[in-house]
Design a protein around this ligand. Structure first.
Ligand SMILES: Cc1cc2nc3c(=O)[nH]c(=O)nc-3n(C[C@H](O)[C@H](O)[C@H](O)COP(=O)(O)OP(=O)(O)OC[C@H]3O[C@@H](n4cnc5c(N)ncnc54)[C@H](O)[C@@H]3O)c2cc1C
Length: 391
C-alpha cells in the first residue's frame, strides 16, 4: 500500500506515522516543515472547558461535525506516543500567557503543568534580563487584575542575544540550569509557583525545577517557541526512526489519475518534475497560510495541487479587521466521513484522495483554538478510512 502524504505539519507527520505503523509504504512530500514549530508546544482541541461536549453543538459545516471524538482521541494518542504531554482531550486547562492573559488548552508539556491557574495558588513570574518578549511585571499585573495572586521578579542571565533560542543555548551549558534554579529559590516565597519564560528544553527544565525546590513552570513565548520547536523535532525524529521516506524541498504540483483514482503525484524537485506512484494520497498541505489554497486579486480561491473545489462564505473579507473573524480563514475543502474532498454535490472527487488538517473548511482555528485537534482527528480518520478500504 503506497501512501503518499503531502505536507509535514502536525497533520501530515501524524498521518505518516500512523500509516507506517499500520504497515504502509509511506512517502512524505513537503516544501518544508509546517506550523508546529510556530506553535506554543501545546495541543488545542477547542476553547471550552469540556471540548468534546462543546464541539457537539458546532454548526453542521464545521470539520468537527465530520471528525468523530474517537478519531480525535486516536490522533492525539498517536501524537502522544512521540511527544510526551500532560492534560486531556476531555477537559481543558487554563494557563497564563506571556502577556498575563488566560489561555485554555488541552494538552501541554510537563514543564508547563505547574502553571495551571487554580484557586488559592500564588504565582511568581520571573523574567530574564536581556530576554525580549517577556515582561514579568506587565504579565503579573495583568494576572492580578483578573484575580490571580501574582507578583514578578527579574534575574540576571547572560546569553549571546536577546531571543528564546539564545537563552535556550545558554541554559543548556553545564551548571547553568542549576544556577538559575538556585536564583529562583532565593526569589520565591513559601508555596509560590514560579513561572519562567519557555526558553528551555524539557531535559534542562527538570534540572532547574530540582534546584529551585518549588513548583516551576514555563510560559510560552511568541515564535520561534522552544516547546514548539521541540515538538516539531520529536515528530521529525520519530519519522526518521520509523524510516519514513521524507522528500524535503519538494512541492506537489500535479497528479495523474485514471478511473476516478489518483495514480501518482507530480513533484517539483529543484529543476525537474518527479512522478511518485500512489495507491492512496493524504493531502496535508495546510490552508491559506501555507499556500495550498490561494486567493487571487479577484477574490477567487483555488486549491493548488488537485484543482479541488474550495468552499467559502460569499463575502470572504468583512472589512472589520480588528473585530469579528474573517470568513476567509474558514475557507477550504469539504470532505466526507472518509476525509475525501467532495464536489458541490457532495460526491468524493477522487476515490483515494484524503484531505486533513488546515485544508478543511468551516473552522476559525486560531480563534476557536481548534487547529491541532482538527489536524490530529482528521489524520486518524483518514488513515483508518485508507486501512478499511484496503482490507
Ligand atoms: C497565526 C495563526 C495562529 C494560529 N493559532 C492557533 C492556535 O492558537 N490554536 C490552534 O489549535 N490552531 C492555531 N492555528 C491553526 C493551526 O496552526 C493549523 O490548523 C495547523 O498548523 C494545521 O496543521 P497542518 O499540518 O494541517 O498544516 P501546516 O502546519 O500548515 O503544514 C502544511 C504543510 O504542507 C506543506 N505544503 C503545502 N503545500 C505543499 C505542496 N504543494 N507540496 C508539498 N508540501 C506542501 C508545507 O510545507 C507544510 O509542511 C493558527 C494558525 C495561524 C496561521
Amino acid at each position: 500500500m503506497r501512501t503518499v502524504i503531502i505536507g509535514a505539519g502536525i497533520s501530515g507527520l501524524t498521518a505518516a506515522l500512523m500509516a507506517k505503523e499500520a504497515g504502509a509504504d509511506v512517502t512524505v512530500i513537503t516544501v518544508g516543515f509546517g506550523g508546529l514549530q510556530l506553535g506554543q508546544g501545546t495541543l488545542d482541541i477547542f476553547d471550552a472547558p469540556e471540548p468534546l461536549n462543546a464541539i457537539a453543538a458546532l454548526p453542521e459545516n464545521h470539520p468537527y461535525r465530520t471528525i468523530t471524538p474517537e478519531s480525535i482521541n486516536e490522533g492525539v494518542s498517536a501524537f502522544r506516543k512521540i511527544v510526551p504531554l500532560d492534560g486531556s482531550v476531555e477537559e481543558s486547562t487554563v494557563f497564563p500567557t506571556a502577556l498575563g492573559s488566560l489561555r485554555r488548552t488541552g494538552l501541554y508539556p510537563h514543564s508547563m503543568a505547574a502553571g495551571r491557574i487554580e484557586d488559592g495558588a500564588s504565582y511568581l513570574l520571573v523574567g530574564f534580563s536581556g530576554l525580549k518578549d517577556f515582561y514579568p511585571a506587565l504579565a503579573a499585573e495583568n494576572l492580578a487584575n483578573q484575580g490571580v495572586n501574582a507578583r514578578s521578579h527579574t534575574v540576571t542571565l547572560t546569553a549571546q542575544g536577546d531571543t528564546a533560542l539564545a537563552f535556550s543555548r545558554s541554559l543548556a551549558l553545564p551548571g547553568a540550569a542549576e544556577d538559575l534554579g538556585r536564583a529562583l529559590a532565593q526569589a520565591a516565597r513559601e508555596g509560590e509557583r514560579i513561572g519562567i519564560p519557555a526558553v528551555v528544553h524539557e531535559a534542562d527544565f527538570e534540572r532547574i525545577r530540582q534546584a529551585a525546590g518549588h513548583p516551576v513552570f514555563q510560559i510560552p513565548l511568541p515564535p520561534p517557541s522552544i516547546p514548539g520547536l521541540e515538538m516539531n523535532e520529536l515528530a521529525r525524529q520519530a519519522c526518521a526512526e520509523a524510516r519514513i521516506r521524507m522528500h524535503l524541498n519538494s512541492k506537489a504540483v500535479g497528479f495523474t489519475a485514471a478511473d476516478g483514482r489518483i495514480s501518482a503525484v507530480k513533484v517539483q524537485v529543484a529543476g525537474s518534475v518527479k512522478v511518485i506512484p500512489a495507491d492512496h494520497v493524504v493531502y496535508a498541505g495546510g490552508g491559506i497560510e501555507s499556500g495550498a489554497i490561494l486567493l487571487d486579486s479577484h477574490r477567487v480561491l483555488s486549491e493548488t495541487v488537485f484543482g479541488l473545489p474550495v468552499f467559502a462564505e460569499e463575502e470572504i473579507l468583512n472589512g472589520d479587521y480588528w473585530g469579528s473573524q474573517q470568513p476567509l480563514f474558514a475557507a477550504g475543502l469539504k470532505v466526507d466521513s472518509a476525509m475525501r474532498p467532495v464536489d458541490t454535490e457532495g460526491k468524493p472527487v477522487f476515490e483515494n484522495l484524503h484531505a486533513v488538517g488546515g485544508l478543511l473548511s468551516g473552522a476559525q482555528r486560531a480563534h476557536e483554538k481548534s487547529g491541532e485537534g482538527i489536524a490530529l482527528g482528521s489524520a486518524a480518520q483518514a488513515i483508518n478510512a485508507i486501512l478499511r478500504s484496503d482490507s
